[in-house]
Ligand binder design. Structure first.
Ligand code: PBG
Length: 327
């Protein structure tokens, strides 16, 4: 056989396979999403997300400690308040759940990087991501609240804010508000390319944030669209977003890749609750190998173009990187 092109030559052993890997990852690009809730002495497992918990502020440090030991130094905080109202006032309260978690986290873990999700759905009685007028979310009225929430997070110690509401103009509104109050160096990671997705189901159980009527399709994107995602990404970069996120990750690899080609800011991808829940459920049944699937999902997200990966598997992935299984 006259065959001089043999791709298998570079697959012959572990050393050569690792040498030619095209995708390299680092633990510093992992962000762990974490739920904090009002109350005391709470560590409650989320039923649709085995292995993930809701923590009260006094119990969260054990988890932060484990993350730090594993080399995961960034977390994204989601708050679950005791009280909800029409305007989600606990979201910007000085003593709100996220604000208290930030002050405590800052004090105990000065080297951790704290990012906060800026949204209203966990805090509003109706479960929508903004202020309602009739049955509609009022975009411009909501911007005032979102910027107030972002400022309250930064004042409590957030290193970065991440608006996930999908209102038009929120990045600019937040940027102005932070700048005016002396926080011009605090970055904004925008959930810019965020689809109306059934993959958020388990999160809504976890955060008790499902809308009480209707759905989020009037603000989150229609998953039939990709060029619209580029529009969203470019708008947010224009408004001052420092990092652009694509969400979910698994079914949206095309978007991660396209956004990476179109914008020159770092691209993050969020492997959401439903992705995690599917892997856990299938693994529990013995139908898939959890670790290998988790690794494959992570690597393919980076291969598609993500530089930053938000995942409930952050700690486990960090270990796989340490062990040289991936990365
Ligand atoms: C808040 C928000 C959601 C998620 C992140 N921020 C829920 C939603 O938009 O309904 C989902 C994260 C996940 O599913 O893991 N708006």
């Amino acid at each position: 056989m006259d065959q001089n092109l043999r791709p298998r030559r570079l697959r012959g052993g572990n050393t050569i396979r690792k040498m030619v890997r095209e995708t390299r990852m680092d633990k510093s690009s992992l962000i762990y999403p974490m739920f904090v809730m009002d109350g005391m002495n709470i560590k409650e497992e989320i039923s649709s997300m085995p292995g993930q918990y809701r923590y009260s502020v006094d119990r969260m440090s054990a988890q932060l400690e484990l993350l730090q030991q594993a080399g995961v130094s960034s977390v994204m905080l989601f708050g679950i308040p005791d009280e909800k109202d029409e305007v989600g006032s606990q979201a910007y309260a000085r003593n709100g759940i996220v604000q208290r978690a930030l002050r405590e986290g800052r004090r105990l873990f000065p080297d951790m990087y704290f990012i906060t999700d800026v949204c209203m759905c966990e805090y509003t009685s109706h479960g929508h991501c903004g202020i309602l007028h009739g049955n509609d979310v009022d975009n411009d009225e909501t911007l005032k609240y979102l910027s107030e929430i972002a400022l309250s997070h930064v004042e409590a110690g957030a290193d970065m804010v991440a608006p996930s509401d999908m209102m038009d103009g929120r990045v600019l509104a937040i940027r102005h508000k932070l700048d005016k109050n002396g926080h011009k160096d605090t970055p904004i990671m925008s959930y810019a390319v965020k689809y109306a997705s059934a993959f958020y189901g388990p999160f809504r159980d976890a955060a008790d944030s499902a809308p009480s009527f209707g759905d989020r399709k009037s603000y989150q994107m229609d998953f039939h669209n990709s060029r619209e995602g580029i529009k969203e990404a470019l708008l947010d970069v224009g408004e001052g977003a420092d990092i652009i996120m694509v969400k979910p990750a698994l079914s949206y690899m095309d978007m991660i890749n396209k956004v990476k080609e179109q914008v020159n800011v770092p691209v993050a991808a969020y492997s959401v609750s439903g992705e995690y829940a599917m892997v856990k459920a299938a693994a529990k049944n013995g139908w898939i190998d959890e670790e290998r699937i988790m690794c494959e999902m992570a690597v393919s997200t980076y291969r598609a173009g993500a530089q930053i990966y938000l995942t409930y598997y952050a700690r486990e992935l960090a270990k796989c990187m340490d062990d040289g299984i991936i990365g």
